[in-house]
Design a protein around this ligand. Structure first.
Ligand SMILES: [Zn+2]
Length: 471
């Protein structure tokens, strides 16, 4: 059965047919992080969704080129650079490094290319020049360049492919300089922003004078450079649909680089919002979590990944700490089943052979119905446990079951570590406790032991030294 996906362009579920006539290669672009802070759990839901799409396409045999940009210059970054007095590269570098660490902790496959906006000024300027040459952009006296929605529409192009827009309420010629704006404020948007005193040292030369690119043009320039002017899939959170993705379409199709009849992007996929404790995440409500906040509470990247992968990507998901406890319990059920299978299988190797794989991929073919896929997995765990309890599985059958799991775990990526994964923070506490004992500070050693216990870990003294074990 073929893969079907909900395409925001058509507002319908469509069969996925790659642009490649051989049906083999797939270009996938995911809007990446804006590196002005640590990514929060809502951002991670979207990145894990992107990882699922990539992994499932690979599972189905496609050769995927996965590109994720790094937005390392935009309004928010410049504000923070100004507030902290840190040079741009130094400021963004720390959050970019943290992003890649987190990506790894969540077992997301690293995109093949992660271009930085600041390293693509040539492509960005060239794209703006193209839009000027085609009469779809215009410079303003201050040295900025704007995209003309009136000219674009006048040429027969559609602005408002992803969202419905009410042009009767628009006042022609109004401009918006900010990267983010509401549908109601739709207006000509900035491609190039002339340098202003608040930009400090953040500027690049251009034919229109010193300045910096708008956020939207960054993604158009980098995606078309690395995947070509027309590619298969573009993903992002639903909050990026407007204006970011709508503007990407206008700029990219406005430049007219696509072969006749081909769109900039064939399938647009959008992941739904995440709530925390039933409410919109906000620092003032105390329900705002970055990955490191959750790791510090003793949860693992694997548990967080699993929880974020339990709901369909188009459904709003309510994230809770109780949900993470539930994720831990579900993974333990899988782990225990796999451990028993490993015992029975011994060293025998086998190929995956199970109706589970068919059920699993039938669910995912249906617009990535992940809950259906998990349903099949847990049904299989139940049946396997029953057969193991009845001694009805020989080593060949157990080995085949393990091979099946390995195959489907290429998609889910929740793994079953052979050794229990110990978060860095827990390992540091174990070390601190050892140091306290060495210096005969038993009060502190006991306090650390209690702290570990509160986080769900116990210390086990082994001949090789102390190690952390899950409670
Ligand atoms: Zn983007």
């Amino acid at each position: 059965m073929g893969l079907k996906l909900f395409n925001t362009l058509s507002r319908s579920v469509q069969e996925f047919v790659p642009l490649d006539p051989a049906g083999k290669t797939v270009g996938l672009y995911c809007c990446g992080p804006t590196v002005y802070d640590f990514a929060h759990i809502g951002n991670w839901r979207t990145f894990i969704f992107g990882d699922l799409v990539r992994r499932y396409l690979e599972f189905k045999g496609y050769a995927v080129t996965h590109v994720m940009n790094i937005t390392d210059v935009d309004d928010k970054i410049i504000k923070r650079v100004r507030e902290t007095g840190t040079p741009l590269r130094e400021f963004t570098g720390q959050f970019e490094a943290a992003f890649f660490n987190d990506l790894q902790a969540l077992n997301c496959r690293r995109p093949h290319q992660t271009p930085r906006a600041t390293e693509h000024m040539t492509e960005i300027v060239a794209l703006i020049e193209k839009l000027l040459a085609r009469g779809l952009a215009y410079p303003t006296p201050d040295g900025s360049v704007y995209f003309s929605i009136e000219k674009y529409r006048g040429g027969g192009s559609r602005y408002g492919q992803l969202v419905k827009l009410n042009f009767d309420e628009m006042r022609v010629g109004e401009r918006v300089r900010s990267d983010e704006y509401e549908k109601e404020a739709v207006a000509d948007f900035a491609l190039w922003k002339a340098r202003v005193p608040e930009d400090g040292e953040v500027f690049w030369p251009s034919p229109w004078g010193d300045g910096r690119p708008g956020w939207h043009i960054e993604c158009s320039a980098m995606s078309m450079k690395l995947l070509g002017p027309s590619f298969d899939l573009h993903l992002g959170g639903e909050d990026l649909m407007f204006p970011h993705h709508e503007d990407e379409i206008a700029q990219s199709e406005g430049a007219g680089l696509q072969p006749a009849g081909r769109p900039f992007v064939k399938y647009w996929l959008h992941g739904a919002h995440l709530l925390v404790g039933g409410r919109k995440m906000s620092k003032s409500l105390g329900n705002y979590f970055t990955l490191r906040d959750l790791l510090a509470k003793g949860f693992t990247g694997r548990e967080i990944r699993y929880l974020l992968l339990t709901a369909h990507y188009r459904e709003t998901f309510n994230f809770t700490l109780e949900g993470l406890q539930g994720a831990r319990a579900s993974l333990t059920r899988i782990d225990e089943c796999l451990a028993k299978l490993r015992e029975v299988a011994g060293n025998i190797e086998a190929t995956a052979d199970s109706p589970l794989l068919k059920e699993f991929s039938a669910a995912l073919d249906d617009d990535l119905n992940i809950s259906g896929a998990w349903g099949a997995v847990f049904e299989w765990v139940r049946n396997t446990n029953r057969k193991l309890a009845e001694n009805a599985m020989d080593s060949a059958a157990a080995a085949a079951a393990l091979a099946t799991w390995e195959k489907l775990d290429c998609v889910t990526g929740v793994g079953a570590p052979k050794e229990v994964e110990v978060p860095a923070e827990i390992a540091a506490l174990v070390e601190a406790r050892q140091a306290a004992r060495k210096s005969r500070d038993f009060k502190r050693a006991d306090a650390i032991r209690d702290e570990l216990k509160a986080k769900g870990w116990v210390i086990e003294d082994t001949p090789k030294g102390a190690r952390a074990k899950r409670l």
